[in-house]
Design a protein around this ligand. Sequence first.
Ligand code: MF3
Ligand code: CO
Length: 248
Amino acid sequence: MIELKTPEEIKKMRAGNLIVAEILSRIQEEAKPGVTTADLERLAEKLLAKKRAVSAFKNYQGYPSTLCTSVNEGVIHGIPSKRVLKEGDILSVDFGVFYRGYYGDAAISIPIGSVSDEAQRLLDTAEEALYQAIDKARVGNRLSDISAAIQSYVEQRGFSVVRDFVGHGIGRKLHEEPQIPNFGPPGMGVRLKAGMVLAIEPMINAGKSEVTILSDGWSAVTKDRSLSAHFEHSVAITENGPFILSKP
Ligand code: MF3
Ligand code: CO
């Protein structure tokens, strides 16, 4: 069952998601050549400690960190480490909090210094795919209109969409119904209603769509080791259109 949220609940979720957005933007500022992903994890923990919020990911099904930091061929769930970021890398950072009884969740992909034209195009495509999808998050549309918008935009630009991970409903739990694939035909699935809150999260690859999990049991990387990018927002569906909770 899809849990519909009241306007009061959406207000609380807005507050948590603004914390997510603020900390992600600080991480974006600090993500430069020479910095390690563990440095970014420490920064996130330090900033989070000043808030009345806790990490949504740390200890979730045994996940060890507050951030997911996925570099280059990293798709999602990369564990912060001593890896030093270098000029030309791309870094996906996924971050969520639990605040006032509700979860917030968002992700960005960041160019480290100056990156290749292909890498920049991949980042731009992933971000724009997210916004194309959010524009479908409207009362009366169907769930798969969101999925189809992502797939068609991404494939039109010559990239592929990851199949093995999906977006999700979010609220009192990090992962609620419905699952939101980033691919599929339009016009299918449930009709979207005011009060649904969806974490929409396209993961796209420069090469093929297949992913593999590394021996740490978490890090998902592209099977062909091509570059990957990920953007995510938590979005409330309202009578007045999509409300991007994780965008200031
Ligand atoms: N944004 C991802 C998700 O919604 C992050 C989960 S990381 C985990 O599934 F560690 F918590 F699994
Ligand atoms: Co998510």
